[in-house]
Write a protein that binds this ligand. Structure first.
Ligand code: BGC
Length: 426
């Protein structure tokens, strides 16, 4: 523990002196103009790019230019690797798409911006959900601007395929498996999936919730309780992951998530278990909820929400670039932008005072579910997307989940490895 803290402090000191160099020679080091924001993000799919376009045009209308820095990969692990090298060389981007514990980690390094003046003027404390504020501030100081609230315990279904095969929206796990077996027998791919660690983990979020419920989810994935991690319930979770493995097609390894969404969109597959950014792909393809596709909570998780909120963490930049940075942070949390962006992205607003009027049926459900989950204390952070545990622990989960899903490890061995790896990483 002591060693860990020392390493962190040293790293923080290196970063601070590197960012000081960037401040003194801001324009030179970064190559970013005063009226420009350089934004690192992983919104590279069709739906994501369209949503991001609403921010670019909002800023351009205010005289702020956009320097794009896309690094693909859900969950943001690849983007975080690029970010580390940028900050180490004293050349942090203006704003970085970031999730949960990653934001706090960067905040602790002392290289993030202070948004308190803006937050006070805009009343962020009053309108941003508490669950998001927890990840947007460090020692009471706002360091990032929340963009949205997504959640991972969703299933997306092709309406025509379900009608043809004659299946209704499944209410519980066994019905879901039964429905997918029927789909398979009818010649469709039951579950569109991409075998990438973060996608496997996204499915895992929903399976843990469906199998053990909210208390178990909290104990195992948030409290990292060894008894929960090595329990029979966790063994059942892995057995269910194995059931799902039998319902994906042969070409699933490495497939990008949006290509899996496309399989449901074009009627090759019946379902995808994915966060509600998948809805952005359906909308971008001109599809309508209810008519062309259905959205429902992972069977067995109704009433709970495993949330994942994108934020733009703001980094310390030279004085000349602060004005553009503040304009961006202000625009991100404006009610108009929250509606324009989130209706396209598939997420819901990061403010509690925005009406659901402009949202489609799935968006209205998401907003309602979120409210209910807050009221019944059933809102919990997504493990797969960095809101349940810090990156080292998340990665320990990723490793075991993906080794089990893509190999022939038994559920009993997976549970043993999981408990050991998580202990090691925490
Ligand atoms: C982000 C979403 C994004 C998804 C796929 C998640 O980690 O929170 O905004 O759409 O990855 O790229």
């Amino acid at each position: 523990m002591t060693a860990k803290i020392t390493i962190k402090k040293t790293f923080g000191a290196i970063l601070r002196s590197a960012s000081l160099a960037a401040v003194t020679s801001a324009g030179l080091v970064s190559g970013v103009q005063a009226s420009e924001v350089e934004v690192l993000h992983w919104w590279t799919s069709g739906g994501e790019a369209k949503a991001l376009g609403t921010l670019k045009s909002t800023l351009e209308s205010q005289g702020v230019d956009w320097k794009d820095m896309p690094v693909a990969g859900g969950g943001g692990s690849s983007a975080m690797t690029v970010l580390r090298s940028r900050v180490m060389s004293g050349n942090a981007p203006t704003a970085v798409q970031m999730l949960g514990f990653d934001i706090l980690d960067w905040g602790e390094q002392g290289v993030t911006a202070d948004l308190n003046d803006l937050a006070r003027a805009e009343g962020w404390d009053q309108v941003v959900p508490k669950a998001l504020q927890k990840f947007a501030k460090i020692n009471g100081q706002w360091i990032s601007a929340p963009v949205n609230v997504h959640s991972t315990n969703w299933v997306w279904g092709n309406k025509a395929v379900l009608d043809k095969v004659g299946i209704a929206v499944p209410e519980n796990w066994n019905d879901f498996i039964h429905a997918m077996r029927k789909v398979k027998a009818a010649g469709y791919v039951p579950l569109a999936h991409g075998g990438q660690a973060w996608q496997d983990a996204t499915v895992f979020d929903g399976v843990v919730m469906a199998t053990g419920g909210i208390d178990f989810y909290r104990k195992a994935l948030v409290d990292l309780d060894q008894n929960a991690l090595s329990s029979d319930t966790m063994k059942e979770v892995f057995e269910r992951m194995r059931q799902l493995r039998g319902l994906v097609d042969d070409n699933y390894p490495g497939r990008d998530w949006n290509l899996a969404s496309a399989m449901v969109i074009n009627g090759e597959a019946a379902f995808q278990m994915m966060g509600d950014w998948a809805k952005g792909e359906f909308l971008n393809a001109g599809k309508t909820p209810g008519d062309d596709f259905v959205c429902f909570r992972t069977p067995g998780t109704q009433g709970t929400v495993t949330f994942n909120a994108d934020q733009f963490a703001m980094f310390e930049v030279g004085r000349d670039r602060q004005d553009a940075q503040v304009k961006m942070a202000k625009a991100v949390l404006s009610p108009e932008f929250q509606i324009a962006f989130n209706t396209v992205k598939g997420s819901v607003p990061a403010r509690t005072d925005v009406s659901d009027e402009a949202f489609d049926a799935c968006g209205k459900k998401a907003i309602g579910d979120l409210k209910e989950a807050v009221a019944s204390d059933s809102l919990v952070g997504s493990l797969a997307h960095g809101h349940a545990a810090p990156a080292a622990v998340k990665n320990a989960f990723y490793d075991v989940i993906t080794a089990h899903f893509n190999g022939d490890m038994s559920a009993a061995d997976a549970v043993k490895q999981l408990a050991a790896s998580v202990k090691n990483a925490s």
